[in-house]
Write a protein that binds this ligand. Structure first.
Ligand code: PLP
Length: 425
């Protein structure tokens, strides 16, 4: 498993002093499983990085990508140039969107479309005569990628440290309090606030579920103050919460919806921003001379990525996989009930979507600062990949996972917790 050779590859979010020579090299994937370079098999209980919602090794996607590479391997979307897979994908997403008729801006990943969302929100107010509406509010523990604006709107404090000043005019409110959002908008002044960023279920920040009524309440507060409600559904979309976009589990009307990850099952990088018709209107006037959004990445709407996305959407539809994120939420919570009662566990968060967190007690975390990483390694030895976060582990299995895999979690996690406790005592 370990790569003892020094290698120049610099990993995201990694202590390279520790990683160098201790890599976990994944070489093959099929269905809900991946294999390492020594042939060990693992249940991919994180769907890689929250995105292999279809599992691995889908021949339909391989065929679509190969066919696209053979027909048109690459072409850009700038100005008036388009490609067929991008046009098809935009139409499909617009039809599925929580606000029908949404426009679709394509990008190269989640962080890319998050930054696009900030720029479009601000540009919208510029072009509707309110240029002072520039402030953006995020939530504590929120994660919105690592680009400039996304780093600033993210609410995991350590992720914003050590880079000098970030873009100004961003602030954060308690992730579970609509009242805090209302108070912050009033403090800044509604005439200055452009947007509020909200992951329906916070993912990377530790799988934090919204309190009952939270999503409806913040959407209404945004509406009252004319603040754009940006649903960051990069993780929550494409079945993770049992609906197409995640935010459509609630009866709310987001102004902007960011998506990525599961849109291609992670096979090819792609992000898509849905822009509600009223936000897009100043740019889609129906006659030449409209404001130009001077923004967009080279790989936006890459035909191969869009072909992968179209093939992925075909599979979600054909196999009716999207609702499984909801069907499986209780079985996943049940599979974690053994962990829930464990002495090393402070809290299990599950029951809304096919994702969960197991948070360790402060005692365990204090006795062993590397406890989350240790638990992750103990579970690897059990043949299960989970993701360590600050206070425990998170899980987001492929939507195709079923009873044997949930049984594996139910038995392996308490065993690994026992082993963790015995090593920290
Ligand atoms: N937004 C959310 C909610 C995410 O979870 C992530 C990544 O995990 C991002 C944005 C950033 O996406 P990417 O890593 O593709 O830039």
């Amino acid at each position: 498993m370990a790569d003892r050779q020094p290698n120049p590859l610099w990993h995201p979010f990694a202590d390279m002093g520790a990683v160098d020579g201790d890599r976990f090299v994944v070489t093959r994937g099929e269905g809900s499983y991946v294999w390492d370079e020594t042939g060990n098999r693992y249940f991919d209980a994180t769907a890689s990085l929250w995105y292999a919602n279809l599992g691995h090794g889908r021949p339909e996607i391989t065929r679509a990508v190969t066919a696209q590479l053979e027909k048109l391997d690459a072409y850009h979307l700038f100005a008036r140039t388009a490609n067929e897979p991008a046009l098809r994908l935009a139409s499909r997403l617009s039809e599925l969107a929580p606000i029908p008729g949404s426009k679709v801006f394509l990008g190269s990943g989640g962080g890319d479309v998050v930054d696009t969302a900030v720029k479009i929100a601000r540009a919208y107010f510029v072009h509707t005569g309110r240029p002072n509406k520039t402030h953006v509010i995020g939530r504590t523990q929120g994660y919105h990628g690592t680009h400039g604006f996304g780093t600033a709107v993210g609410g995991i404090a350590v992720n914003a440290e050590g880079f000098g000043p970030l873009p100004g005019e961003f602030s954060h409110v308690a992730y579970d309090s609509p009242a805090a959002l209302d108070a912050e908008i009033r403090r800044v002044g509604p005439e200055r606030v452009a947007a509020f960023f909200c992951e329906p279920v916070i993912g990377a920040g530790g799988v934090l579920l919204p309190p009952d009524g939270y999503v409806e309440a913040v959407a209404e507060i945004c509406r009252q103050h004319e603040v754009l409600f940006v649903a960051d559904c990069v993780i929550c979309g494409f079945g993770r919460l049992g609906t197409w976009f995640g935010i459509d589990r609630w009866p709310v009307r987001p102004d902007l919806v960011t998506t990525a990850k599961g849109i291609t099952g992670g096979t090819i990088p792609l992000g898509a921003l849905l822009v509600a018709p009223h936000v897009a209107e100043p740019f889609f006037t129906g006659r030449p001379g409209a404001p130009v959004l001077r923004h967009g990445a080279t790989y936006a709407g890459h035909p191969v990525a869009c072909a992968a996305a179209n093939a992925t959407l075909d599979i979600y539809e054909r196999d009716d996989l999207i609702p499984r994120g909801r069907t499986l939420e209780k079985p996943l919570a049940d599979a974690l009930s053994g962990a829930d009662g464990h002495a090393a566990v402070a809290e299990v968060r599950a029951g809304l979507g096919f994702l969960a967190a197991v948070e360790l007690t402060p005692d365990v975390l204090q006795a062993h600062p590397g406890a989350a990483d240790r638990l992750y390694r103990l579970l690897l030895a059990e043949g299960v990949i989970v993701r360590p976060v600050a206070k425990g582990i998170v899980l987001s299995p492929p939507l195709i996972a079923d009873e044997p895999e949930l049984d594996l979690l139910a038995s392996a996690i308490p065993r690994a917790l026992d082993a963790l406790v015995s090593t920290v005592e």
